[in-house]
Design a protein around this ligand. Structure first.
Ligand SMILES: [Zn+2]
Length: 632
């Protein structure tokens, strides 16, 4: 699809980026952060129950989670969790280091910082936070980043606690590890300003570079997770949760836009058939006694396990369960997903239907079911099997989801699948999930604190890039240098020490990589080492062709010492070396004078590298040759 195609469907996307901050400790307790382990000392079992909000209503997600009747098990490791995370002790005061980093990143995003931080509780009822809520605080609003020839809006930024890591989710049991719980995280919400899937990814990269340029955020798998919002004209805002890699964003958002487009077309088709929310009709029947000896294995197992079997007749839906929603994905999956997540029928297939082209029931069995349910040829029949406890939930969800097709696109959060399609995760939570946290007092953000943060805050990387382009440094160093820990050093060596910008960029960015490629341990290379080497070069103590060698020796040694610099050769010794080289060359024959000169330089530089620059050697040779001519 082209940009114009996306404009036609009215593609819109925004990002919510979650980024872990690099701190020693968690946000509201003093447990260590970033210490992950699969080991645990104890398990705690909890059930989630919805309670009425202050306005007297239940939250949609809360109700959905309650319907799932999950048993939630938390695995506790005594080294990484205390009683705070389990809601048995009140929170400690906020981690000041985390708040500083968060505020700094807010400034980089051109946001307005709040004068006073108010900690709130955000309802979380999927079990990923044992208390049922997350402590969170909005600390910055109304920012922007430059993108193409426009800006992308940053709506707000929050500092909050990370949730548990899910271990497994099968049937009515979900298991979590708690080591990640409570680690400091920031959430950055962009405007819905991206018009193509590619743009959504590109803005994702800008945000990733911006936070990395501080060198105060966590890296690696799970340290940054994006929620991607997508909608099309006439569609609904759908959230794809927890996208682990920015490279997945284009395909995921494209497929979600297509899904919404296809669901809108499905609604049109239903309308043509006279099916609207008002005229929608569905009936369910217990057919446990009708199907006695099915040969289709999942059903056969169901009969053997004495499960209940139900048939739902969707009036006028014929063939629509095969309506394509995403590549190789059909409307039937929207229904099956709901049954899987909400009725916890996690073994797939969890239903069959009469639109299917694969053999499930024999035609005589289908006839029996049709007769029992009085279905016509215009209807679609769905058969589902489950225990006594789960069958009604499954039936209800099938009817709910089918009816939603007559309305359009349900508000959902969806999970990213590895093939680039997405699946139902949960109902989109209502807007009233936040309420004040009375455990912690408001906190003023003083001017003094902002100034202190500014002292360590890097320059915005896009400003650095503009300058690099003016300096004409190699294009393949620009991106990396602009977020590198050496960016400030680069500025100094170019502006103050007057080192050639290209040399500086290559030394700082390419040299460590080159050494790494030759399997050298480059861990000890740091700003101090780089700075000493470049200073020696600026002072004329080190020749440019010896910098790589100096870096290599320093990396091996763990530090830079001037002793590694070879002694500079004096004029008399250089003449002697040239004479020796000439003698060596008398035994060779040359057609061209240039190749003779090149070989001579080769012989000399092999011997003298680091003791004198190639330029000086070549100058000396031509001077000697001129003198020789004059003598002749
Ligand atoms: Zn703790």
């Amino acid at each position: 699809m082209t940009e114009a195609d996306y404009r036609t469907v009215g593609f819109k996307s925004g990002l919510e980026i979650h980024q872990q901050l690099f701190t020693d400790k968690k946000l509201f307790c003093r447990c260590p952060a970033g210490r992950y382990s699969e080991e645990y000392d104890a398990e705690i079992l909890r059930h989630m129950r919805p309670t009425l909000s202050e306005l007297g209503v239940y939250d949609g997600t809360a109700l959905m989670e309650f319907k799932t009747k999950k048993e939630i098990i938390y695995r506790i490791n005594r080294n990484t969790v205390c009683t705070y995370e389990m809601d048995d002790t009140p929170p400690f005061l906020i981690n000041e280091d985390a708040l500083d980093i968060a505020l700094g990143i807010g400034m980089l995003y051109n946001c307005k910082l709040v004068d006073e931080l108010h900690i709130a509780r955000k309802q979380y009822l999927d079990g990923s936070i044992p208390t049922g809520f997350q402590r969170t605080a909005i600390y910055a609003v109304d920012g922007w980043i430059p993108y193409k020839d426009r800006t992308v809006k940053i709506i707000q930024m929050s500092i909050e606690e990370d949730s548990c890591r899910e271990v497994s989710d099968f049937s009515h049991n979900r298991i979590y590890l708690t080591d990640r719980l409570g680690m400091p995280l920031i959430e950055t919400v962009t405007g819905p300003d991206m018009r193509t899937p590619q743009e959504a990814a590109e803005v994702g990269w800008i945000c990733a570079k911006l936070v990395r340029s501080t060198h105060k955020v966590r890296r690696g798998i799970g340290a940054a997770r994006q929620d991607v919002n997508v909608s099309v004209e006439g569609g609904t805002r759908v959230e794809i949760k927890g996208v682990p890699k920015i490279t997945m964003i284009p395909l995921l958002t494209h497929n979600e836009a297509m899904r919404q487009w296809n669901l809108l077309r499905l609604r049109e088709e239903l309308k043509k058939r006279g099916l609207t929310p008002e005229t929608f009709q569905a009936e369910d029947y217990d057919i446990t006694s009708v199907i006695k000896k099915p040969y289709y294995i999942p059903l056969k197992n169901a009969v053997e396990s004495k499960l209940k079997i139900s048939c739902i007749v969707l009036k006028g839906f014929k063939d629509l369960l095969r309506w394509e929603t995403q590549p190789d994905t059909y409307f039937s999956k929207e229904i099956s997903d709901r049954v899987r997540v909400i009725a916890c029928l996690t073994t797939i297939p969890n239903l069959i239907h009469s639109d299917s082209r694969t053999d499930t029931l024999t035609s005589s069995d289908w006839q029996k079911v049709k007769k029992q349910t009085e279905a016509t040829d215009n209807d679609t029949l769905i058969i589902v099997w489950a225990s006594d406890e789960d069958i009604q939930t499954a039936v209800n969800e099938i009817i709910i989801r089918a009816k939603e097709a007559t309305m359009g696109i349900p508000s959902e959060t969806r999970q990213a699948l590895s093939d680039g399609t997405n699946g139902f995760e949960r109902i989109l939570p209502g807007a009233d999930r936040m309420y004040p946290d009375t455990d912690l007092p408001p906190k003023r953000i003083e001017e003094d604190r902002r100034n202190k943060i500014k002292s360590w805050l890097p320059e915005q990387f896009w400003k650095r890039q503009t300058w690099y382009k003016e300096l004409n440094i190699p294009p393949d160093t620009i991106d990396e240098l602009s977020i590198s820990k050496y960016a400030e050093l680069f500025k100094k060596v170019v502006n103050e020490w007057k080192i050639n910008p290209t040399t500086a960029a290559v030394v700082l960015i390419q040299y460590p990589k080159r050494l790494k490629k030759s399997y050298l341990n480059t861990d000890s290379i740091d700003e101090e080492m780089m700075s000493s080497i470049l200073k020696a070069y600026a002072d004329g103590k080190l020749t440019s062709d010896f910098i790589l060698n100096a870096l290599k020796m320093s990396a091996e040694l763990g530090m830079f010492v001037e002793e590694i610099i070879p002694q500079q050769i004096n004029d008399a010794d250089l003449e002697k070396e040239i004479l020796l080289a000439e003698q060596q060359m008398q035994k060779m024959k040359f057609v061209k004078k240039e190749s003779a000169d090149n070989i001579m330089m080769g012989i000399l530089m092999k011997k003298l590298r680091g003791r004198i620059s190639a330029r000086k050697v070549s100058q000396k040779i031509s001077r000697l040759q001129k003198d020789l001519k004059n003598v002749k």
